[in-house]
Design a protein around this ligand. Sequence first.
Ligand code: BYC
Length: 320
Amino acid sequence: MSAPTLDRPTDEAALQRQFEATIAADRRVEPRDWMPEGYRRTLIRQIAQHAHSEIIGMQPEGDWLLAAPSLRRKAILLAKVQDEAGHGMYLYSAAETLGADRADLTDKLIEKKQKYSSIFNYPTLTYADVGVIGWLVDGAAICNQVPLCRSSYGPYARAMIRVCKEESFHQRQGYELLMTMMRGTPEQRAMVQDAVDRWWWPSLMMFGPPDDDSPNSAQSMAWGIKRHSNDELRQRYVDMTVPQAEFLGVTLPDPELRLDPDTGRHRFGAIDWSEFKAVLAGNGPCNDERIARRRAARDDNAWVTEAATAYAEKHAGAVA
Ligand code: BYC
C-alpha cells in the first residue's frame, strides 16, 4: 500500500475538500483527479449530448452536399460538415477521459437513452437553410460554447477552444452566404426570409429550458461546468443577433421583439415550450429519420471498426 502524500489525501472527506478548493479557486479538474460521482456523471451526460449533437448535426446540412449550387459552396459546406465530425470526436475523447466508452455512448444515443440538440430535428428545405444554420444555429452554439472554454473540467474546456474557433468560421460562412442571397433575386431574398422564419424560434430553444425549469443548471453552475444560466445566454444571443438581422435585411418572426431603452436589452415574445418538449420526447419533424440514419451508419460501417481494431491488435502484437 502506498503512503499518503501531503498533496494527495486518501480519505473521501479530504478528497472532497480538495475538489471543492480546486473549484473555488477556479482551477481545472483533470482526469486523474478525484471527483464526486455526480460531477463525473453530469459531465458525461453533457459532453455526450454535445458530441451526439455534433454528429447528428452533420445530417441536416449534409443533405445539401450533392446539391450545392457551385463548387465553391460545396467545398465550404464539405469543410464545415467535416469539422462537425471532428468536434464530435474531440468530445467523445473528452468523455472517455471520464471513463465513458464511445461505442456505449453511441448505443445510448441510438436507443434514445441520451439526448442530442433539439435543433437538429428540423428539416433543411432549401439552400438558404444552410446559410441560416451557419448564422443562427452556429451563432447560438458560439454563445453557448465560448463560456464552456472556461468550464472546470480541463479536457472539455480545452476541446471547446478549438471547437469555438471553427464555429466562428461556420457562422461567418453562413452569414456570407445569406448576404450573397440577399443581394440576389426577390426569390432568393424570399428563401432567406422563409428560412429565418422557420429557424428563429428553434434556435432560441437550443439554450435549453427556462432557468426556473432547468433541473441541472444550479448544480452545474456551482461546479463551474456551466458558467451562465440558460436564460442569460439566450438573452445574450438575442441581443447579438438582432443587429445582424437588421444589417442582413431580414425580419425576425417575433412581433414582440423590441429594444428596452431602460436596460439596453431586447425583449422578446414567449417561446413555445410545448414544441420543445415534443421534440425532446422524439416527436419533432425529423427525430426518427435522424436516429435511423445514425443507426444505419453504425451498423453498415461496423466492419470498418472491426477491421481497424483487428489491425491495431495485430500491429500492437508485432511491436511487442
Ligand atoms: N436539446 O437542466 P437543463 C451545435 C435537455 S451542437 C435537447 O437546462 P443542462 C452544432 C438537457 O440535456 C449543440 N435537449 O440541462 C453542431 C436535460 O436533459 P437530461 C449542442 C436539451 O445540461 C453541429 C434537460 O433538457 N450544444 O451547436 O444544464 C452543427 C433539462 O435541461 C436541450 C451543446 O450540447 C436542447 N436544446 O443545459 C452546428 C452545448 N436543452 O440530460 C451546430 C453543451 C436542454 O437531464 N451543453 N436539454 O436528460 C450545454 O450547454 C447544456 O447541456 C444545455 C442544457 C444548455 C444544452
